[in-house]
Every structure is written in C-alpha cells, then in structure tokens.
Design a protein around this ligand. Sequence first.
Ligand code: TRP
Length: 454
Amino acid sequence: MAEFDFSNRDSFGSKFGAIAAAAGSAIGLGNIWRFPYVVGENGGGAFLFIYLAFIFAIGIPVMLSEFTIGRKAQRNPFGAFRKLAPGKPWYLVGLMGVVAAFMILAFYTAVAGWTLEYIYQSIVNGFAGKSSADLGQMFDSFRESTFRPILWFAIFMFMTSWIVVSGVKNGIEKYAKILMPILLLLIIILCIRSVTLPGAKDGLLFLFKPDFSKITGNTILEALGQAFFSLSIGMGTLITYGSYISKKDNLANTAVSVSLTDTFIAIMAGIAIFPAVFAFGIAPESGEGLVYRTLPNIFQQMPGGYYFSLLFFILLGVAALTSTISVLEVIVAYFAEELKMTRKKATIVASLSVSVLGLMAVMSWGPLADFKIFGKHVFGMLDFTSANILLPLGGLLIVIFVGWYLGKSKTKEELSNQGTLKAKYLNLFMFLVKFIAPIAIAMVFLNGIGILKF
Ligand code: TRP
C-alpha cells in the first residue's frame, strides 16, 4: 500500500481562492433554504437577534480555531488532532466530524436534489399560472413521490463526487470563484421584488421585530445549530480547508470575511423570502418546504420570471454543490490520508455509503413517511442531530482544544504567520476561545436538550 505523500498535498492557488472556497462551503442551502425555514419555525426577529450574537461571539472564534488547527497540522481533521496532540484522545473530535459529515451530506444532498427538480420545472414552465396553494401542492406531491426525488439525489451525489475526485485546485476552487457573486446579485434582485409586493411589510416585521416571548431553550439551541451549520463549522470542514490555505494568508481576515459574507447572504435570503411568505399567505412555520413553496410565487410576479427562475435554481444548485463538495472532502481526506485509499476509491466508497442514509432521507415523505425515531422521520432526525448536537459539541471541543491545549504561544505562531503579522486581536481571541465560547455553547446545549433549565 502506498503511503500518502504529505509533502505533495494539494492546496488553494491564491488568497482569493482560499476565501472563495471557504465562502463556497459556508454559503449554500444553509443560508437560502435552512435559515428562512428555522427563522420561520422559531418566531422571527428574536431568533435572528440571537443568531447574530452567536455568529460573532461563537461562530467566528470557532472558524478561526478550525483554520488554525488545519493550517498548523496540514492534515485532515482526524490526522490534525493526532499530529498536534500525539497519544491523546483528541482525534476522536476528528472522528466525530467524519460522522457528522456523513449525516449532513445525506440530508443536504436530498434538498440539493429538490433544486434540480425546480430547475426542471423552470425549464418546462411548470409554475406558470399556478396559485400559491397549487405551488404548495406541487411541492408536496413531488416530495411524497419516490422516483424523481431519488433520481435527483443520485445525480447530485454523482456531481459532488465527480468534482471531489478531480482535486482541490482544479475542482473546488474553480467552480467557487465564478458563480457565487452572480448568485448574490440574483438574491438582491429578488429582495427588491419581494419587498415591493403588496403586504410585504408584515414579512419585514416578522424578520426584524424581536418578540422575545417566543424564545425557549430549544429556540436558542436552534439558533446556535443554525449558526454552526451556516458557517460550516464544528465538524472539521474548515480544518480541512485550513490545511489548504497558504502559510502567507491572514487567517483572521479570512474567517471574518467569510463569516460576514455568509451572514449577509442569509439575511438577504430572509428579506427575499419573508415579505413574499406573508404576501402570498404561506405559513412561516411551513418547515423544510418553505423556500421551495415561496420562491416560484415571486418569479411569477416578475418580468422575465421564466429566465429568472431558471437561473436562480441553477445557481442555488451550484451553491449547494460548493457546499456538498466541502462536506464530502472531509470524509475523502480522512479515507485517503488515514486509511490510505486513493482519492478516487475514497470518493466512491464515501459517496456510496452516504447514499444509503441519503436515500432514507429522500424517502422521508414518501415510502418512509411512517418510519419515525423520537417522533422525527429520518430526514428530520439527521438534520436536527447533526446541526443542533454534533456541530455544537464539535465546536465546543475545538475551542477548548485551541484555548486550553494548543495554548496562546502556539496559536500566536500560526495566527501571526510565524511573527510576520501583528495579530493584535490575539488576547481577545484567546479570551473568547478559553471562556466565552465554551461556556456559552455548554449552557445553550444543556438548556436546549433539557438537562439545565434557565
Ligand atoms: N454551510 C453550508 C451551507 O450553509 C453547509 C455545510 C457545508 C456545512 N459544510 C458544512 C454545514 C460543514 C456544517 C458543517 O449550506
């Protein structure tokens, strides 16, 4: 068996490439599909407020911690912990990340497949002349069916694997750079159309006016889970990407730019969705179907809506793809570097095994609708457990690792690029990762799962 050649690891070609790839991972269905749906289910403004606080106090420090670990170790998450903490059980955090990657990739690819259905419906003009109720019905009957959701899932999984096989520079980076700015432009246009709809004001009030009476322990945990999910943190995706970032790049700048961009896009998606949700009489708590039910209504009220809808769903699919590749990459880097598989074999084994879970997720509204664990179907179970449990737990351990194990001087070495940058924020960062972030995560977590009550 050939040893993996660590001196010849792939890497990002440029500073912009590194930011674009990390942003490509962060920006995806998490912003445009998941964010509006959890905001809707958790009562709007107050949730948004807590979410933003978590991004800044916890999310950015966790992201920077992941970059630090990855770039210092030059390994996949599992190998990174083993290299930085030899003989210690920290590698289990890496292993937990691989498990989370399996779960996320399974349900995420299912939703990404819905995007392909909506590209298809855009092409055949399937939304034309339908009322809001008809469009809701259309989504439900698609999701309850068997063949098409599975077909789209398989196609999406194949595309993800295909890009991952072709490697970091030629695959991931090339696609991420070009298309994300166009998606942002389309979302801005959608926002303009949405806020000028009659009745739009109620949607804006829902999104921005906090009503703290709607907040429960579970809401706060959902906000934390969404922050982690949206930033792609807590499972080692950004440890893996950090290991591809050049030793000359400024990690803190990268983490802050990626987080701000990601958050901006989530809020823009909220502004595009909620005015339309209220204008078209859709329930904000419609769950995972919210965005797919709402968007076609907006397209119908726009000049050139046919092309707009087509372009939008294509770009949403691409945004999802730059995220799925980053999740698959975690599993593949682990298989390749630790289990010494070739990249191709690692990708095939990983995507086939994820597909087993994924197909169960896809069928959660169809053939497996009655198969429930703790009252949730497979999809809901994977979504909830990965985002609200595994990611916060992973994040907790990651900040503790940097704050208490790696410590200030080694962290400084990496963040200052061996003394060439100033890293003036270092004391603040160390304070956040040693105290604020771990205590906050632990409290939200214990409160959310009902062990502690505040
Ligand atoms: N953040 C991505 C999104 O918002 C999804 C994603 C990619 C992710 N990699 C991840 C989520 C790692 C959690 C962990 O669409």
